[in-house]
Design a protein. Structure first.
Length: 342
């Protein structure tokens, strides 16, 4: 498609406002860390915001995940996965997935489950150490339905463009809960590869989800780089929607953010602290205290934060004001994280 034709298609089919429902698709925000080693034993968010590593069963394979300044033209950053321990004896239930999860209220534009249902255009840039085949899957968690397509990786940056069909069965719930996962299968056992790849929406059959996938864990030589991930309405893939760092950071902070707060003793002798959570988070977050600041009496005391009296607060207030108890100090401070990931 020519540049002019692409622009015309984009203007005709794209909804008003942000067209890309993926958050942090340019991989620019990494609040937790820029590099984590030894990943593979358990799932989690490790480096680049909103991108989860999901694993199934016990695999010997391990990887390092890095936010790397090695993107294609127009992209400063990418995710790099580097296999550090191989696993060539693949158990049936194993899988390795790089994924992003979406709230149902952000997916209503696709009109899923109606006669007006729209297609999904997914695009991204990838490269690796050698040729490989991996699988993109859209998994509807509300209705347990899925659709998959394979893509190829070479040693040079290439843009992958995939169109997934509309689905007139099963609407996404219009709320802040998880409704859809965009999965990139990088490794899978026979439980997920022994059938026929499901390239149209259907009720989930695990055997049909990742047929034809290569194994990222086949060699410690293996690398996988990705950036510029976009999912939009329609059958036409358009140019990547770049957003400012400030915009992208605020979108990420809906799901994860850091905090810094002071604690002081009240007149009744019960210490507490408050601070505003901005922007509002997806739901009441779980809090983890990472470190203490200087305290007048017990520097370094470990404190478990909690949402004290949350039941007495309106839902909006719970999202904005954080309370934590610090029973061992007259005055103290702490830094930590707030997590409302899907």
């Amino acid at each position: 498609m020519t540049s002019k034709a692409r622009q015309l298609a984009q203007s005709a089919s794209a909804p008003e406002g942000r067209k890309n429902v993926v958050t942090n698709g340019a991989m620019n925000v990494a609040q937790r860390s820029t590099s984590v080693t030894g990943i593979g034993a358990s799932a989690g968010y490790f480096t680049v915001d909103r991108f989860n590593i999901n694993v199934g069963d016990t695999s010997a394979g391990r990887l390092t995940m890095t936010q790397t300044a090695d993107g294609p033209s127009g992209f400063a950053n990418c995710i790099k996965l580097d296999c550090t321990t191989a696993d060539t004896s693949i158990a049936a239930g194993e899988f390795l997935i790089l994924e992003q999860r979406f709230e149902g209220q952000d997916l209503q534009r696709f009109m899923k489950g109606t006669s007006d249902a729209k297609e999904y255009a997914v695009s991204f840039y990838v490269k690796g150490n050698a040729s490989a085949t991996y699988v993109v899957e859209l998994f509807d968690t509300d209705n347990t339905r899925q659709v998959s397509k394979t893509f190829s990786v070479t040693t040079s940056w290439t843009r992958v463009e995939l169109t997934f069909p509309a689905d007139t069965t099963g609407a996404f719930t219009d709320d802040n809960a998880q409704s859809l996962n965009l999965h990139i299968f990088l490794h899978a056992g026979s439980n997920f590869t022994s059938g026929t790849l499901s390239q149209t929406w259907t009720s989930n059959t695990n055997a049909n989800r990742a047929v034809g996938v290569s194994s990222f864990f086949s060699s410690t030589d293996n690398t996988f780089f990705i950036t510029g991930l976009q999912m939009e309405v329609g059958s036409v893939v358009t140019e990547f929607e770049h957003r400012s760092f400030g915009e992208e950071l605020a979108l990420c902070q809906r799901y994860f953010q850091t905090f810094s707060a002071a604690v002081g003793r009240t007149s009744s002798g019960s210490p507490f602290g408050t601070f505003d959570i901005r922007p509002n988070m997806r739901a009441q977050p779980s809090a983890t205290r990472l470190a203490n600041a200087v305290s007048s009496q017990e520097a370094g005391t470990t404190v478990t934060p909690s949402f004290a009296n949350a039941s007495a607060l309106a839902a909006e207030a719970i999202q904005k004001v954080f309370y934590f108890n610090d029973t061992g100090n007259d005055s103290a401070g702490g830094v930590g994280t707030l997590d409302a990931e899907l």
